[in-house]
Design a protein around this ligand. Sequence first.
Ligand SMILES: [Zn+2]
Ligand SMILES: [Zn+2]
Ligand SMILES: [Zn+2]
Length: 131
Amino acid sequence: MRATRQGDAVCAALTETDAFTSAQELHALLRSRGAGVGLTTVYRHLQVLVDRGEVDMIRRDDGETVYRRCATEAHHHHLVCRLCGRTVEIAGPEIEAWTAAIADAEGFVDVEHTVEIYGTCAGCAAASAAS
Ligand SMILES: [Zn+2]
Ligand SMILES: [Zn+2]
Ligand SMILES: [Zn+2]
């Protein structure tokens, strides 16, 4: 596969899912479809997409770096299911106001923040209650 086709394949695989996905998981998915793409290549394309702001990257609470193509490129936060990775994009006006007030009070400028909320989604909670 050519570099651009590989990049498109990585991008398309990410677009299909709501979940934050690791490079290994994406790689396995692409391989299962017969795409001859190496893990290093997947990482490289993911980095390009992150640099362009097209893909969000977070560190899951188990330390794994995971990626997601979100609907919005505007600043937002994530509510992430720790079991299946299902993710909801959330706005946090209270968090924006709170961080701005704190930075202002301490005389900080050019501040930024990352806030992700991890939990068990309704589907996973129902599945574990049933078993
Ligand atoms: Zn996002
Ligand atoms: Zn879940
Ligand atoms: Zn925020």
